[in-house]
Design a protein around this ligand. Structure first.
Ligand SMILES: [Zn+2]
Length: 136
């Protein structure tokens, strides 16, 4: 197994876990909206009330509520799908180079794992199994 294989397998596992959490959280609809201190799911027939609110009957602060709604399951699943497409666009070639990345104005191949894959992995560097040698 090459360094790129190790990184892509690890990153695929991280994305799988995030995807599973987002799918589980989408059980009342994948799109959430923030209104008046509450987070509401898109499928109000299955869950007519808010799925999140502030403590002791108080609402969420606007910044918190808007952030949560902006990172709803639909958004997370979309980002994961895009990350998987980026990973697929950076396969290792037969000589150990990324087949899509070039350096020095396109005259030099880039060793795999390429900077794109390293940056994608670095977004999850707090996850177990991340290796310091993958640091971009
Ligand atoms: Zn690449």
């Amino acid at each position: 197994m090459t360094a790129t294989d190790d990184l892509t397998v690890w990153l695929g596992g991280v994305l799988d876990r995030i995807e599973q959490r987002a799918q589980a959280a989408a059980n009342h609809g994948p799109t959430w909206r923030y209104s008046d201190g509450n987070i509401y799911p898109s499928d109000t027939s299955r869950h007519p009330g808010p799925i999140a609110t502030g403590t002791y009957g108080g609402g969420l602060e606007d910044a918190h509520g808007e952030h949560i709604a902006g990172n709803d399951p639909a958004h997370v699943l979309h980002r994961i799908a895009i990350d998987r497409r980026i990973i697929a666009a950076h396969p290792i070639g037969e000589h150990g180079y990324c087949t899509n990345c070039w350096a020095d104005g396109g005259v030099r191949s880039v060793d795999a794992p390429c900077p794109t894959l390293r940056l994608l992995a670095a977004a999850h560097d707090a996850e177990p199994g991340y290796r310091p040698e993958w640091k971009p």
